[in-house]
Design a protein around this ligand. Structure first.
Ligand code: AMP
Ligand code: ZN
Length: 124
């Protein structure tokens, strides 16, 4: 964390969700991470996994975030199965992390989209 990346941004919608100022449907929570259902799901299963630390995007990541990112990645398959994704290899899931305007990022707080379930999907 640096002066330019505060732990929480009072104007950030996902920081407000973490602080329970905006309601969400919780999938998982611990000291460092929060997961919740996407409000506009593309797939039968579609949730977002975010760090509680306000990191705007993947573009701000550095070596100090390695353990945090490792925890996020290791949690994804567990939560995907918990939320109803079918097992690998016939099932599986899609992991997406939009980064920046050209990467299609709309909310400036790092988030992994986890999508899965039987096709067809609305998008993706
Ligand atoms: P991105 O385009 O990758 O930044 O995706 C942002 C995602 O956040 C979109 O899929 C939105 O549907 C989702 N989203 C925005 N506001 C909320 C909210 N209040 N609760 C749950 N998901 C949200
Ligand atoms: Zn935030």
């Amino acid at each position: 964390m640096t002066a330019s990346t505060p732990a929480h941004d009072p104007n950030c919608i996902f920081c407000k969700i973490i602080a329970k100022q905006i309601p969400s449907r919780t999938v998982y929570e611990d000291d460092e991470l929060y997961a919740f259902h996407d409000i506009h799901p593309w797939a039968p299963v579609h949730f977002l996994l975010i760090p509680k630390l306000h990191i705007p995007s993947m573009a701000q990541l550095d070596a100090s975030h390695t353990a945090l990112l490792g925890r996020m990645m290791a949690l994804v398959p567990k939560l995907a199965l918990q939320e109803g994704c079918n097992p690998y290899p016939d099932g599986g899931f899609r992991l997406v992390c939009n980064t920046g305007a050209e990467g299609g990022q709309e909310v400036q707080h790092l988030h992994f989209h986890v999508m899965g379930g039987p096709r067809p999907w609305l998008r993706g």
